[in-house]
Ligand binder design. Structure first.
Ligand code: 5GP
Length: 116
């Protein structure tokens, strides 16, 4: 597994990003090409390529990411209506192979009916 992903470079400060949260395990940045009024990426510091590559060793980290997503939604004032998306694999639209949760919210997005 290569540790040098785009997001590792952002985490290391080699590439600039608008950071809205960080702790020992993860960072949260604004997406460079937002697909909703609020679109941020919650990224573990550990470079797990895809969700499907996570193992039992990552159980606590994955749980913490979910709790942190809720905290960030509260911080952004959208905890009443937001969506989490994880694209897993190229065919599912994943372009950066470093696990990340998309947190999406805002008028015209949260209330859209995605059909599921
Ligand atoms: P994926 O398609 O892998 O699920 O999501 C990757 C996301 O990273 C995309 O929404 C894309 O806009 C975002 N992204 C790609 N490059 C950069 C970058 O250099 N900075 C930031 N902040 N976001 C990026």
């Amino acid at each position: 597994m290569s540790a040098e992903t785009l997001f590792t470079r952002i985490i290391n400060g080699e590439i600039p990003a608008e950071k809205i949260y960080e702790d020992d395990n993860c960072i949260c940045i604004k997406d460079i090409a937002p697909k909703a009024p609020i679109h941020v990426l919650l990224i573990p510091r550990k470079a797990i390529p895809r969700l499907a590559d996570a193992t039992a060793e990552d159980k606590a980290l994955l749980g913490q990411l979910m709790l942190t997503a809720g905290d960030i939604a509260r911080q952004l004032g959208v905890d009443d209506a937001f969506r989490l998306i994880v694209n897993n694999g190229e065919a599912a639209g994943q372009t950066v192979f470093h696990l990340h949760l998309h947190i999406l919210a805002g008028k015209g997005y949260s209330e859209a009916n995605l059909g599921f």
